[in-house]
Design a binder for this molecule. Structure first.
Ligand code: AKG
Ligand code: FE2
Length: 257
């Protein structure tokens, strides 16, 4: 299933105007797509810097202004590697939630369905949740991070993190990273307090199925030159697995406002 976002933003010529237009659209609709760009790494970094402040980077590779998501074949790389990524809000595991995530498709050569970005709107998740899902979203989840290459400061110990927090405006937002499913090398494990990873799994499976059934669930099939800006307070995002032999190189930036 590949649905287009509400509206693709027409492309202003200069990086500064482009970045600002995309961020404004994302803050209203959750995310914004612009197509057909041909940016150098420097132009991408300028576009990112025009959107906001670059101070909150806590990952093991890259910088806030430019991180390479280049489908590394190394088995110790998960987020910057080739596996699927479950739906999550960025910054959950490192306690540094950025406002916007900016992704640019630098190079792509992969089959349909490979390396797609999956998105769903947090308001849709929260507002329509049946009681059993609501209970899961109002509790604390426990995480054990194994992708030490991407999360060097928090790996290899259990952490308790409430599933919701407040935005700067005082709205409730999700602060979650769903467990990995069906991959041998996931980047983190998730359990509920007092339960094991295994005994928690059926509740996360129900939440996963629920989120994927929502009207706002959107799967983006990348084309070279696409720019996708996500409002991390309004959407969750994930990734489908990158098919064997597929090439996918996104440039990623993140900013606060
Ligand atoms: O590779 C992707 O599509 C996204 C990876 C990701 O979740 C991130 O860099 O925040
Ligand atoms: Fe992410």
């Amino acid at each position: 299933m590949t649905r287009r976002p509400p509206a693709a933003v027409p492309g202003p010529a200069c990086p500064e105007d482009l970045g600002k237009a995309l961020a404004l659209h994302a803050s209203e609709h959750g995310y914004a797509l612009a197509e057909g760009f041909n940016l150098t790494r420097e132009e991408f970094a300028e576009t990112v810097a025009a959107i906001g402040d670059l101070s909150s980077h806590r990952f093991g590779t890259g910088t806030a202004g430019l991180l390479d998501l280049d489908a590394s074949p190394r088995p110790d790389k998960i987020v910057t590697g080739r596996s699927s990524l479950p739906l999550h809000s960025d910054g959950t595991l490192v306690d540094a939630s950025p406002k916007y995530i900016i992704l640019y498709c630098h190079r792509i050569d992969q089959p349909s369905g490979s390396g797609c970005t999956e998105i769903c709107k947090q308001s849709d998740v929260i507002d329509n949740a049946p009681p059993s899902i609501r209970a899961l979203l109002t509790t604390t989840w426990e995480y054990y991070v194994t992708d030490a290459s991407h999360f060097p400061d928090v790996a290899n110990r259990w952490m308790s993190i409430p599933a919701t927090t407040q935005t700067r405006e005082g709205d409730i937002r999700l602060n979650i990273a769903m467990p990995f499913t069906g991959t041998t090398n996931g980047g983190w494990h998730v359990r509920l307090p007092g339960q094991t990873v295994e005994s928690s799994a059926h509740r996360f499976t129900a939440l996963n199925e629920y989120m994927r059934s929502l009207d706002s669930f959107y799967v983006h099939q990348w084309q070279q030159g696409d720019i996708l800006v996500l409002d991390n307070e309004r959407v969750l995002h994930g990734r489908t697995e990158i098919a064997p032999g597929g090439h996918r190189h996104l440039l990623r930036g993140q900013v606060n406002v």
